[in-house]
Design a protein around this ligand. Structure first.
Ligand code: FES
Length: 172
């Protein structure tokens, strides 16, 4: 004996409304989810290095360059200005040093203290560094100046991320 199940008009209407509501909700929520996670899924566009000048501008005497970097972290975007001291030795090797003192973060300058010629000098507490950024033992900093990643392409110098300087301190 077969049992006949009947759906009331009210039940049918409930199912129809639930289906339509679910369809509309999915249509609204999907773009919202995509908007929310999209910046996190996007690969970073292109190179993360910044051109700071022609390679011919640099030589054995340190030259300061200031440059802007655009940072994108998820939804947060910002522009900041960075600086580097750049030298090119007789073999054409480039060194780009961060000017941020490794003691307490003041800014070092090249060859500004007549008592310590041809050194980076920090005016805050007398920190001193060699031309390769090595900290001079006996002055406050205990680490050498950080280095920028460098790349030369089409005659231009590009600077990238900052990394620790592996060079040890030296006695001054
Ligand atoms: S911050 Fe440079 S020596 Fe202290």
């Amino acid at each position: 004996m077969s049992e006949k199940r009947e759906i009331s008009r009210r039940t049918f209407l409930n199912y129809a409304l639930m289906g339509t509501g679910g369809f509309l909700a999915a249509g609204m929520i999907t773009p919202m989810i995509r908007f929310a996670v999209d910046p996190l899924l996007k690969a970073s566009s292109g190179s993360d290095k910044v051109a700071v000048g022609s390679i011919d501008e640099f030589g054995p005497e340190p030259k300061r360059v200031d440059f802007k970097v655009h940072t994108k972290d998820g939804w947060y975007e910002s522009d900041s200005t960075l600086a580097a001291w750049v030298t090119k030795n007789e073999n054409g090797e480039i060194t780009a040093l961060s000017p941020i003192c490794k003691h307490l973060g003041c800014t070092v300058d090249w060859n500004t203290n007549p008592s310590f010629p041809n050194e980076y000098f920090c005016p805050c507490h007398g920190g001193r560094y060699t031309i390769t950024g090595q900290h001079i033992i006996g002055t406050p900093p205990t680490k050498s100046l950080d280095l920028y990643e460098t790349e030369v392409k089409d005659g231009k110098l590009y600077l990238g991320k900052i990394k620790p300087n592996p060079l040890p301190g030296v006695t001054g």
